[in-house]
Ligand binder design. Structure first.
Ligand SMILES: [Fe+2]
Length: 288
């Protein structure tokens, strides 16, 4: 049985975000529905499905339509299963991502996309924001775009590890054993599916622009980190129980607002990625 509900897209802002109504994610989806979802994700950067009362297996099965799910990108393996997915308490004291980022761009192959389901969100607070890197790039002046085009930047997990008080050094040693050290990626990507250009440096992971002198790099990155926070590039989502956000790490950055003290229990699954700038597509594994 496949869903026959009518799908309706509700834009959140003009630059980023769309809610997809009329899909029951407990059911297998038709090829046409999957294509509509894929296009919405590529065009709007982040999409939402409201109040989905689904199991982890159903969540995982839905994501298999778009790539290879992993329980998480740092320790994930080829053999990850839905039962491995953490239903994690992401309270600020335990898990802080209060800097703008696309997920784990410190990796040689960062995840293509991330899906997050609110199992038990706080009553208020704990929103997530997304910023469109298409819009951020488009808003730069042409001379600035010309200067940045072709540059590369170092992305590192070290600042995050150093922010972990007790276990940072163990985390970093384990990370480096699995994945090697820092990664170098283009400062601007051409999105392989939309053809649009997207800024690809983040406050959380990007430590320097390789081709610039240290002081030039620091000044340029400070300007870009501030630039991507302009409200016209950004949307903000207040979570209700069961809400799913599904975002394209090639075209948006996100920020988890740490303004709550209650538990914030979330289920997070990523889709395995490729080297940024290389061809990639949101499609089931094995399809080419
Ligand atoms: Fe994140």
């Amino acid at each position: 049985m496949t869903t026959t509900d009518k799908i309706a897209l509700e834009r959140v802002t003009s630059n980023v975000g769309a809610v997809i109504n009329g899909i029951d994610l407990r059911l297998p989806q038709s090829a046409q529905t999957i294509d509509t979802v894929r296009q919405a994700l590529i065009n709007h950067g982040v999409i939402f499905f409201r109040r989905q009362d689904i199991s982890l297996e159903q969540f995982w099965a839905f994501l298999e339509n778009f790539g290879r799910p992993q329980k998480e990108e740092i320790k994930g393996t080829d053999h990850d299963r839905p039962s491995d997915v953490h239903t994690a308490d992401m309270s600020p004291s335990r898990y802080s991502t209060a800097t703008w980022h696309a997920d784990t761009t410190s990796l040689p192959r960062p995840p293509l996309a991330t899906a997050l389901r609110a199992a038990a969100p706080p009553e208020f607070g704990g929103d997530t924001c997304w910023s469109s890197m298409y819009a951020a790039w488009d808003a730069l002046s042409e001379p600035m775009q010309q200067m940045l085009d072709g540059l590369t930047a170092v992305h590192s997990i070290k600042p995050t590890a150093e922010g972990m008080e007790e276990y940072g050094h163990l985390f970093l040693a384990d990370y480096e054993a699995r994945h090697g050290g820092d990664s170098t990626h283009p400062v601007v990507l051409t999105h392989p599916e939309s053809g649009r250009r997207a800024l690809y440096v983040s406050e959380c992971f990007t430590t320097r622009i390789v081709e610039l002198a240290p002081a030039e790099s620091a000044a340029m990155l400070a300007m870009l980190f501030r630039h991507i926070q302009r409200p016209e590039f950004i949307m903000r989502w207040k979570w209700s129980a069961g809400d799913i956000a599904f975002w394209d790490n090639r075209s948006v950055q996100h920020y988890a607002v740490p303004d709550y003290t209650e538990a914030r229990v979330m289920q997070r699954i990523v889709l395995a990625g490729v080297k940024p700038g290389e061809p990639s597509a949101l499609q089931p594994v094995g399809v080419s």
